[in-house]
Design a protein around this ligand. Sequence first.
Ligand code: PXP
Length: 237
Amino acid sequence: MKLAVNIDHIATLREARGEREPEPVVAAGICELAGVDGIVCHLREDRRHINDRDLKLLKEVVRTKLDLEMAATDEMIKIALQTSPDIVTLVPEKRQELTTEGGLNLKSDKSKYKKAIEELHSKNIPVSLFIDPEPANVDLAVELNADIIEIHTGKFANTNSEKDSITELTKIAVTARMAAELGLIVTAGHGLNYKNVEAIKSISEIREISIGHSIISRAVFTGLHKAVRDMIEILNS
Ligand code: PXP
């Protein structure tokens, strides 16, 4: 299972003081040296962490794979077409949320996502859709011609009992299998940490996971290189 690291929190720390450090692009380099398969950044409408300069620098420096997370707005699509990241992950975005709260509502915004995917494909940018683990979302992702689905693991990560955890994990596994059988690349992310990733690891259809918070939190104490290595070791064990 591959690992992509979301470096938004490095920019969050910088923005907390309005200073010039720490630089997300330096974090991206350290993650790559530690062996990650990709770097993820979320350019939000309010630029609360990653900004346009970060994205430009990341595009120049990242050697593995740059995944730009963004809302499907005209402004973001224009930026993506200009920047040409290796992948665009479309996510829902609410101004007040602390982090992405759920998957895309593909059913009610079908034409919006269809148009966004067509535009990104016109520049050969593969598109990933961040979805809740429900079979109907897989059908819609196929219909919309998405290349990848990222299964939202947040609900699984927040469960408090073994029973709920198994229920959520089953939903993720069923969705992953269905998507893989229909030819989609399957990834997963949100709320994954050094403990709960073990269960996700057992779902063979999930090719890659995207982790931000837990790795950056551990990095405060261990350094970023070790925090990444610790996660890679778990994924490889
Ligand atoms: N995947 C998506 C689509 C996200 O929005 C986020 C959070 O930015 C992540 C993965 C990573 O989540 P976490 O920070 O909880 O590891």
